[in-house]
Design a protein around this ligand. Sequence first.
Ligand code: ZN
Ligand code: FE
Length: 257
Amino acid sequence: MQVYRLPALSDNYIFLLHDPELNVAAAIDPAVAEPVLRHLRDLGTELVGIFNTHHHPDHVGGNRELIQQFPQLTVYGGAEDRGRIPGQKVFLKEGDRVEFAGRAGEVFFVPGHTRAHIAYYFAPAKEEDSGELFCGDTLFAGGCGRLFEGTAAQMVNSLSKLRQLPDNTRVWCAHEYTLKNLKFALSVDRQNDDLRIRYSQVQEARRQDLATVPSLMGIEKLTNPFLRWDAEALQSSVNSKDPVTVFARLRGQKDRF
Ligand code: ZN
Ligand code: FE
């Protein structure tokens, strides 16, 4: 399974999964149809599925047009998003499995950014490979989504599920927010050497206009403040040891950053 990263709108990423043997493709969160259609033409392949993580327009905006072009495709989304995702046919909940070209994807229910948000995890096909996590606007490289329809407690629970994935899991998040996220991270976690190194790497990458997605779960665990509610440095920076309180205070600070 190949994963292609297609930039869209101002800072979104659409991901295109392609299986070269069966020659089929699926899109994750097509914000718009055009880059997907163009890439399908370049590959000479057809779209059999759309995997949506949540209902926001910058994630489902391309659904309708893609369905028009490929009427047989299946649209997947969270069960709680019923009525909010154009063309949705499959309603997924925690622990459900999806399939793309013979690869099984596991569904995590990860409310917080929205009340219906889900993530898709494709475990590695061979032991030496990495797994692929498509987490929409729940976990970002160096950050996490805003709480629009959920609570801090829900988000901590959601992020805890993702944090358990193997360190070499590739984290395909839906926005290029990494540099801003890490700027905030440094402001609350100054003594973190891994974070400082990552910040300068990301700064350099962005200077060259390179994408910083995918990230790796192992790096997120070391440097993302929204996965580090049990790190002492962050606990003392917001003056609490309770995971939900630590998270909520950090999220509040980031909202005003
Ligand atoms: Zn969103
Ligand atoms: Fe988004």
